[in-house]
Each structure stands twice: as C-alpha cells, then as structure tokens.
Design a protein around this ligand. Structure first.
Ligand code: ADP
Length: 509
C-alpha cells in the first residue's frame, strides 16, 4: 500500500505541528518553573498555577501502623474504606461503594451528608470493622477518617476546607462557602457515628501519600486520567502565600492542568483551539486538554475529520459516530496504537465496530495510527515536561528533597542532570538550575531515585506512554534520567492516601 503525495504531505505538516522538540520542551520547562515560583509567591497575575498549600506537612515512610477510615467522594460513587497499615510498607484495605443517587446530587447538603454518615455507619457494622482494627490511633475508640473530596476547595487547615463551587453534576444547596469537614462532622454526630474527620485531601495529594508508604523516596504525586494534576513536597518557607508556617515541608497541590492558560508558550494547534472553544470550560485548563483522557480522543477526532474533509482519508467519507462530538474515546487510541500487525486488521475492526467506518484501506489505517501516535506522543512529552520541572525545582532550586533526612543521595560527580552534561547551557530560568544547593548533595555520594507516584488510566493503559515520558525526561534531565526518576503506579491514592492524611493529621509522622 502506498500513500499519495498529498497524504504524505498532509501528515508531514501535522507531524510538524504536533512534534515537540527538545528545545521547545526546555522552553516550556522554564516557563513552568517560573509559574511555579510566581504561584508560590501569590502572584496570580503572572501565574496560572494555583500552587495550593495542602497543610499536609509530612510523609509516611512505611513504618506507620494503625487503622483509619477513608472516604472518597468524586462522582456518582461514594467509597468507604478501612485501611489497616501494618508497618513495613504493607497494608490491608476493605472498601465498599455506595451509589449517590441523582436526587442526592441536588438535595440539600445536610441530606447528602446524612447519607454519607449513614453509609459509614453501615460499613462499620456490616463489615465487622471493629474486629479488623489493629490499633486505635488516639487510644480512644473513635475512628479517624481521611476524606478525599474531588471538588474545588480552599483549605485553611488539614481538616478544614471551604467549597468554592460544585462540579461534575452536583448542585447541593447549602454547601458552597461552607466548611465541608464541619458539615460532615455534624452529620456524623447527628447520626451517632463515632468517627472523627481528621483530614481533607485532594486526590493528587492522596496519590503522593499512598505511594510514599510503599516507596519512601516519593516527592511527587501525579494524575494522568480524566484530567491531569500534580502535587509535590515544597519547603514551607518558599510558600509565600502562607502566613505562619510551622512545619519545614508541606505538600503543594500545583493544579498544573491550568498551566499557561493564555497559550503564551504552549504550542497549541488549530485542533486544540477547536476543542477548547467547544469545551464546557473554554480558556482554562488548556494544558490538561493536550494531555488527559477526557480530551485526547477528541483532538484525534478533529484531525481525522480534517483529513476526511481534504479527501485524504476514508475517501472523504465520515460516519455519524465520527461526526459526533466526544464520540472518539481515548481508549480507542490505545487500542489503535497497540496494533502492530502488518495489515492493521484490528484497526479496521475498531473503525467498524466503534465508529461505523466500514470502508477503509490499509493506507487509511496507517494514517489513523500515525495520527494517534502524534497526539499520544505529544501528551506523554508534555507530561514529562511537567514532571521534569517539578524534579528540577525540588533538586536544583531548593535542594530540599534531600534536606530533611530523607535518603536521597546525590554525588557531586554524578551526571544525572542535564545541567551537568551541558544540555541546559542556554537555560533561561533564573532559579539557578545549574547549581545545586549543598543539601541536594549527600556526603555518602550515592544516587537514589526520586519516586513519582502516578495514578490514571492514561498512564496505566496508553501504550508506550511511560517510555515516551522517559524520552522526554532524558532530554530534560540528562542521560541518567532513568536512574534519577522512577515513575510508578500508585495504588488507591484516594483511599490509602486519605487514610495516611488522617494519620499525619493525628499523629505526625
Ligand atoms: P479518573 O481520572 O476519572 O479517576 P481514570 O484514571 O480511569 O479515572 O481515567 C479515565 C479516563 O481515562 C477517561 O477519560 C478515559 O477516556 C481514559 N481511558 C480509559 N481507558 C483508557 C485506555 N485504555 N487508554 C487510554 N485512556 C483510557
């Protein structure tokens, strides 16, 4: 099968638009670091990164013990878990899901909270929880609970957060502007459930904490799922938005999905702009729209339609399904990219069954696969860019990743950083990425990896996503990026992470 000149030409043009060079990645990394810095300083005019202090000051090292409840409300399911930390990085978890009905999503907040309190009560009784509890953390028989609440809140303490607005179809009156923890605690008291709400956490923070229990060198938590976001460990003195910091370090929720929303540096294409305009939140979360599961399929669909309209694909014929907004799922891209056969017959099956495209040639299928590769690769490289920026901030700017007794060891002679190998000669960031502070250099001289805990279907299931991220990381952090950074799948950030936040809030680890 042979591509026509026009097809070759069109694909080359697209490839040019979607390929991110090392120089572009470098430029983006600098901008990301600048926006982190201004976000931490509270300068929201020059930063799209919210850099929210989470009041989680401390990380588990895997030796903690005890039983904690976790609650996860992020959509139509409410999940209640009992997490039993066994020490030595091991844990056990029991959980149960309760459906939040359409009625409850619009009912008064006290009705929703009563439902949650009663679900917790039911879970405790039906699961014979008391027999599974190894140790009551506070010595009393009140169970401590961590709450993963995946809606926008501003926190004023680890156990206090005001709801800014509802999203994802919820609209319960009486909640916006009020403290979610207090509302839940009141409902627990009303329903005589002996549980204390100790911590409120965002899912990214939960991911970092959960990974940290198993891999103590964890400094970054990231989500590459429906959306994308990251959290990391910052030196509290750098968080200028906090008035009286007490702890040395604190987890900061970057809210990186909103990076560069005015598209000053992100190389957006007309396909990205079309998607953004037609989205429910135009003009924000532009970075997220180039990376995450909710959007990648739609970008691909827009490109395929463009090629169809130029009669370069499927002989110029689309289908009803392919013409439908959001109908091309990111999962299809995973399936398409997985097909490595010579004739690409499996892709023909996806086109037929999922998209109603019955007539397609091998050239068509090759083009569809090439388009998925461009979009998928760009997403992975942008993900690598954000990760590399946070790694650089931690190591080069503050040096605090190593400064708190955690066993991160970097030797002076190690060429782990691009900076050491000359990759960053033209680095424009002002934060001294060329120089590591002394605290980043350990006397032991050994290099130990920084663990990044990651959750989300895109990272877990999209073929080559991780390898492509490592290609980007290598370009940005130097040839030894793989030794410096470990990307691992964090399990149950919203359950285990919330339980660990409750532990940190009540015990300090
Ligand atoms: P969430 O982020 O909502 O907690 P997930 O991590 O499962 O949940 O992410 C869901 C997103 O991942 C959806 O946008 C979906 O399109 C996408 N997705 C689901 N399966 C796959 C897959 N096999 N490959 C790539 N993306 C997928």
């Amino acid at each position: 099968a042979k591509w026509s000149d026009k097809q070759t030409e069109a694909l080359a043009k697209l490839a040019k638009e979607f390929t991110l060079s090392t120089a572009q990645l470098e430029h983006l990394t600098s901008a990301f670091l600048d926006q982190m810095q201004s976000g931490l300083a509270g300068d929201h005019k020059s930063s799209d990164l919210a850099m929210i202090p989470t009041f989680v000051a401390g990380r588990p090292d895997g030796h903690e013990r005890g039983s904690y409840l976790a609650l996860d409300l992020g959509g139509t399911n409410l999940r209640v878990c009992l997490i039993t930390l066994k020490g030595n990085h091991e844990l056990e978890s029991h959980s149960r899901a309760f459906k939040v009905s359409d009625h409850l999503q619009e009912a008064h907040i006290s009705e929703l909270m009563d439902f949650i309190a009663i679900s917790i009560k039911e879970f405790i009784t039906s699961e014979h929880i008391s027999s599974k509890i190894v140790e009551h953390p506070s010595g009393s028989d009140t169970l401590e609970l961590g709450f993963t609440f995946s809606f926008p809140v501003t926190q004023t303490a680890i156990d206090a957060g005001m709801l800014l607005r509802w999203t994802k179809g919820f609209s319960c009156p009486g909640a916006v502007g009020n403290d979610i923890v207090q509302l839940l605690q009141e409902a627990l008291n009303r329903n005589e459930v002996n549980v204390h709400v100790a911590a409120l956490v965002n899912d990214t923070v939960g991911t970092l904490l959960a990974h940290s229990y198993k891999h103590p060198n964890t400094f970054i938590g990231a989500i590459f799922g429906t959306g994308t976001n990251g959290a990391y460990v910052e030196a509290t003195r750098s968080i200028k938005t906090m008035s009286h910091p007490t702890a040395k370090e604190m987890i900061v929720n970057i809210e990186w999905g909103n990076f560069d929303k005015d598209k000053r540096v992100l190389p957006v294409t007309p396909f990205d702009n079309k998607l953004d305009r037609e989205s429910i939140n135009p003009g924000v979360h532009v970075f997220e729209k180039m990376i995450s599961g909710m959007y990648l399929g739609e970008i691909t669909r827009n490109i395929l339609l463009h090629l169809i309209d130029h009669r370069l694909l499927f002989d110029g014929t689309s289908s009803q399904k392919l013409n439908t907004h959001w109908a091309f799922e990111t999962k299809f891209m995973s399936q398409i990219e997985s097909d490595t056969s010579a004739t690409l017959i499996p892709i023909a099956q996806i086109l037929e069954q999922e998209l109603g495209i019955y007539l397609n040639t091998q050239v068509d299928r090759e083009i569809v696969k090439a388009v998925c590769q461009m979009v998928g690769k760009r997403a992975a490289r942008l993900s690598a860019m954000a990760t590399a920026a946070v790694v650089r901030r931690g190591l080069s700017v503050e040096g605090h990743f190593a400064g708190h007794g955690y066993p991160l060891k970097l030797s002076e002679g190690d060429h782990v950083f691009g900076a050491r190998t000359g990759v960053h000669k033209n680095e424009t960031a002002t934060e001294g990425v060329h120089e590591r502070t002394d605290s980043a250099v350990d006397h032991g001289g050994n290099l130990q990896q920084i663990n990044v805990g990651i959750d989300g279907s895109v990272f877990e299931h999209y073929p080559h996503f991780k390898e492509r991220m490592f290609e980007g990381l290598t370009e940005l952090l130097g040839p030894r990026a793989k030794e410096l950074v470990a990307l691992g799948i964090a399990t149950d950030g919203s359950g285990v992470g919330a339980a660990l936040a409750a532990l940190i809030a009540t015990k300090h680890c």
